[in-house]
Design a protein around this ligand. Structure first.
Ligand SMILES: [Mg+2]
Length: 169
């Protein structure tokens, strides 16, 4: 088992089976923002993200945004979507996760994100259920993220993370 390996991998958040997550006891989704919900250059929730949030509400899953990006960007987006958020979260460090999940058991928490070195590593270290998705747009990423992607490609090659993968190997 490795902290680099997600429990599930999907092309997009819209391919995630939210009902199945609920039925397996999950109650809180901590999702990344940039390149997971929308691209870096999209300031507001798109229609399909509003529908995603609505689906979470209907099923009984609480959606919270956890992002390493700045307060202004994340607040604007989260307020529009009507969800709680934490900006400048310093993923993969544990502090932000602890703050946001105080009322939950680790096995009730799901992490969704597009980056192995921040989202997936952070979630796995906390014992949460982790879901990796493809980045929406690689071209608009910052140099820091591009730097992380270099190591990510090595990890993906090593662990062969591809296809619809369920459960760790
Ligand atoms: Mg991201």
């Amino acid at each position: 088992m490795s902290i680099f390996i997600p429990n599930e991998y999907h092309k997009s958040i819209h391919d995630i089976d939210l009902v199945k997550l609920y039925e397996s006891g999950k109650r809180l989704i901590l999702t990344d923002l940039d390149n997971t919900l929308v691209s870096y250059v999209e300031p507001l929730p798109t229609e399909d993200i509003r529908l995603f949030k609505q689906k979470c509400d209907e099923i009984g899953l609480t959606l919270v945004i956890i992002s390493n990006n700045n307060e202004k960007r994340v607040k604007h987006f989260a307020d529009e979507l009507g969800v709680t958020y934490l900006a400048k979260a310093l993923k993969p460090f544990r502090r932000a996760y602890r703050m946001l999940t105080m009322d939950y058991r680790p096995d009730e928490v799901v992490i969704i994100g597009d980056q192995i070195l921040t989202d997936i590593v952070g979630g796995n270290r906390m014992g949460f259920y982790t879901i990796l998705v493809d980045a929406i747009d690689y071209n608009t990423e910052s140099w820091k993220t591009k730097f992380n992607r270099f190591f990510e490609r090595i990890i993906i090659k090593k662990f062969k993370i591809k296809g619809d993968k369920h459960g760790r190997t």
